[in-house]
Ligand binder design. Structure first.
Ligand SMILES: Nc1ncnc2c1ncn2[C@@H]1O[C@H](COP(=O)(O)OP(=O)(O)OP(=O)(O)O)[C@@H](O)[C@H]1O
Ligand SMILES: [Mg+2]
Length: 356
């Protein structure tokens, strides 16, 4: 187990800033997921940590040692790339053992480690095949295995599951999480898949345009997004967002209507001005039209999702999603009232886009 400190990392390609002062303190044994849309700088950050890419300024510190000037091989990390990068002419066994052979690991140790990892990842029956004779999922396991036999205290993963089909992805996700519990190594895992982030991470770093927007446990990212970007990016369906203004006296005004905002835990309750209200589909109740504190809404359509359902309502000039029971969705009337649970809502400044 090792700690990793990422300090003020900056990098640009041809004048374009790709990493903009990235800071992250990772504790020994943590499972960190770096989540963000395509092009936000995730792979670049991972490559800088691994030493495969240099940066203009900043430091990478592992266990209190500044490794910024060290070669990748001297940093003691294992990395799984998005493309599996297996050697096609070598058998699975050789793919797993090659790195150790090059490093001069004694033969008996190599044999022992290959056996261990093959068992762990259930690829024992595949050891004498070549990568071309494996399915995508099997190749993926070999690639993960190759990183694991190096017994590094830090493993880096760049979208390791993106080439797998949905079922295999879900299975491998669970396996990787269990693996982390067994190995207890520090893991830094890049993905743009928010389900992977929510289910695997101890903490998630949400990146946007080369910056870390929020670095927190998955549940806080979901419940208390730090910015409008995080609110829009995390959660499916996306958080409902309403533009309006806070009057500084406990009401949020949207057009001709207003919503009581005094139940919301503002840092500064007298905050006034243009703002965006965010509310998740499960924090809205459907009530009789005209009920106190409710906003009139019209049902547009419902989606049955199996275990539950979503109602899509036209409300305050927006299409809003509301989580419903299947029976409620089937018998939903057209004209209803919606009541927001303001204690669970989010408010963002319209100008800074940060949480209020
Ligand atoms: N060698 C390079 N030369 C110039 N620009 C680059 C280079 N590598 C990456 N970039 C740019 O840097 C930005 C960040 O790239 P990066 O690969 O880190 O994104 P990412 O978050 O990993 O995206 P994805 O989810 O698509 O893999 C992108 O705008 C990309 O076009
Ligand atoms: Mg990438």
């Amino acid at each position: 187990m090792s700690s990793v400190s990422i300090r003020k990392i900056r990098k640009s390609f041809a004048g374009l800033t790709v990493l903009d002062s990235v800071d992250m303190e990772i504790a020994p044994g943590e499972f960190i997921v770096i989540l963000g849309p395509s092009g936000c700088g995730k792979s670049t950050l991972l490559n800088v940590i691994a030493g495969l890419d240099d940066c203009e300024s900043g430091q990478i510190v592992i266990d209190a040692v500044d490794v910024s000037g060290l070669e990748p091989s001297q940093r003691g990390l294992a990395m799984v790339f998005q493309s599996y990068a297996l050697f096609p002419a070598m058998t699975v066994r050789r793919n797993l053992s090659f790195g150790m052979e090059v490093a001069g690991t004694p033969k008996p140790t190599i044999v022992q480690k290959v056996d261990w990892v093959a068992k762990l990842l259930q690829i024992e029956a595949l050891l004498d095949r070549k990568p071309g004779q494996l399915s995508g999922g099997q190749r993926q396991r070999v690639a993960i295995g190759r990183a694991l036999v190096r017994s590094s205290s830090i493993c880096l993963f760049d979208e390791p599951l993106s080439n797998l089909d949905a079922k295999l992805r879900a299975e491998t996700r669970v396996e990787l999480k269990q693996l982390h519990e067994t190995l207890k190594s520090t893991m830094i895992y890049v993905t743009h898949d928010q389900i992977e982030a929510m289910t695997m991470a101890d903490r998630v770093a949400v990146m946007h345009k080369g910056r870390v927007e929020q670095f927190a446990p998955p549940q806080s990212i979901y419940e208390k997004p730090a910015s409008l970007f995080v609110a829009g990016f995390v959660g499916s369906p996306a958080m409902n967002l309403l533009e309006g203004s806070l009057d500084g006296a406990g009401r949020f005004l949207v057009g001709q209507r207003s919503i009581g905002s005094s139940a919301y835990p503002f840092e500064d309750p007298s905050t006034a001005g243009e703002a965006v209200l965010g509310i998740r589909c499960e924090d809205i109740d459907v009530v009789e039209p005209g009920s106190p504190d409710s906003i009139p809404a019209k049902l547009a359509f419902t989606e049955l999702l199996g275990a539950d359902a979503l109602g899509w309502f036209d409300c305050l000039g927006k299409r809003m999603s509301v989580r419903l029971g299947v029976d409620a969705a089937r018998s939903m009337r057209k004209e209803v009232g919606l009541r927001f649970d303001m204690a669970k809502a989010s408010f963002f400044s319209a100008s800074t886009e940060r949480r209020l």
